[in-house]
Design a protein around this ligand. Sequence first.
Ligand code: NAD
Ligand code: AKB
Length: 318
Amino acid sequence: MQERILIIGSSGQIGTELVIALRQIYGDENVIASDIRSSSEEVMSSGPFVEMDIMNEKLLRKVVKNYKITQVYLLAALLSAKAEKNIAMGWQLNMRSHSHVLDLAKDGLIKKIFWPSSIAVFGPTTQKENTPQHSIMEPNTVYGITKLAGERWNEYYFNKFGVDVRSLRYPGLIGWKGTPGGGTTDYAVDIFHHAIKNKKYECFLSENSRLPMMYMTDAIRATIQLMEAPSKKVKIRSSYNLAGVSFTPKEISKEISKHIPNFEISYNSDFRQKIADSWPHSINDEQAKNDWGWVLEYDLEKMTNDMIINLKKCNVPI
Ligand code: NAD
Ligand code: AKB
């Protein structure tokens, strides 16, 4: 049976890259991008795009039926920093969108779902270093609370209704194609743009704020690998830990300086510092490695090199 994939929230940082990667595998016409705003030229010109608000469940069901959708990737969400500024919207968008998509599968309209979680499910009481898959989870941000509730929802729908839902706890993601949408880890993308354009950057986190991050190429590969894994290998139905590479603003600025020698960084922490301080420093992803063979490819050096080459090549605006 031909897979037909709907990506909701396709114009954001992840969607911009995921749509293209999935179109290369499943064919341009079989991957339908959708968002409340238009996407990059590459996404808009390479296949179908549907303007859709995920809060509109009736329209969602119509689109799923019309396009004979078999799989949904739900990327629409309010990220950590934006959700703290608009708590009601963060809760409503993140929770209702998830229920709408889970119910599509419960009602037999689709076969498989990808829904991303985040390191934000962990909180100040979680073990900071090498955070295990199963750990204390007491998030203190609205974003983290919606992600933790979403994980429990995933497992509940899998156990109770047999819904094939798969999920990863992404670390902060770093890519050159899309711009970040309002998270706490956004500095690690912004820093590259500013380094290339102005040779200086004022960071909104302090110099020693260590956070788990991952290059987008690795994140897209992990996502597709998990979605294509045989069902029996997917033993965690809430969400898998995914480690990536951990570094501080000071360490990434040092790496960037190897390419841009007169690059200067300064620090001026804002409200996002408190969010960063509540998250782990590093993640243990043994379970993803054991269950479906996950292997990381990009370390800090390789990622920095690739980011700078690509950003210089395409002259991406800030
Ligand atoms: P993003 O903010 O860049 O993109 C989200 C997209 O959703 C935007 O294009 C936005 O227009 C769209 N959207 C917002 N409201 C919508 C609505 N009502 N209907 C339809 N679309 C709507 O986010 P992202 O970085 O691409 O993240 C995607 C998912 O991955 C989110 O669930 C996020 O929590 C998760 N995640 C991201 C990261 C990261 O570092 N980027 C890390 C962990 C988890
Ligand atoms: C954010 O900072 O909100 C995201 C995330 C780690 O979930 N990048």
